[in-house]
Design a protein. Structure first.
Length: 160
């Protein structure tokens, strides 16, 4: 009886373990695929490393603080089952402190800060915010941890 009770407690603890966000809104890494995106404009593209992808832009915007962010999504491949591999938010007229607070409310304190860039990490995704990326504009990238080479490239990019 004690063993069964202990097993139930251990299983309950495992089920409630919080791993952090896996995306934003309807864009969830490991779940969202190209075929689920019906808004905006999607077109084939090549990634920096030569892989084929689909770039979707002019997607419904997000609010980041009091500002509107343009949304771009990248999918690995062109088929309907191509997985989401990057989500970008581009904020014009960005107020850096507002964007920083928006990120901290969702992801906590950044794990690293490098000049105008701040980086976050959950058990499934990485986020990098360049506040600003250029005067009056901020850019925030979200990628699954499987995109390690792109994450490393972005971390070395001064303006995201």
């Amino acid at each position: 009886m004690k063993r069964a009770l202990l097993l139930v407690v251990v299983l309950a603890a495992c089920e409630t373990k919080h791993s952090g966000p896996s995306g934003l809104d309807r864009y969830i890494f490991g779940q969202t695929v190209r075929g689920k995106v019906h808004d905006g404009i999607c077109q084939p593209t090549d990634l920096n490393d030569g892989r084929k992808a689909t770039w979707c832009f002019a997607l419904p915007p997000f609010k980041v603080g009091q500002r509107t962010a343009e949304v771009d999504a990248y999918f690995l491949g062109t088929a309907d089952n191509a997985p989401l591999i990057e989500l970008q938010l581009k904020i014009r007229g960005c107020v850096e402190n507002e964007a920083d607070q928006w990120m901290r409310q969702r992801f906590g304190a950044p794990i690293e800060t490098k000049g105008p860039a701040e980086f976050w990490k959950t058990t499934t995704m990485w986020a990098g915010a360049w506040l600003p990326s250029e005067p009056g504009r901020c850019i925030i990238h979200f990628l699954p941890l499987s995109e390690n080479s792109e994450i490393e490239r972005l971390k070395l990019t001064p303006k995201g």
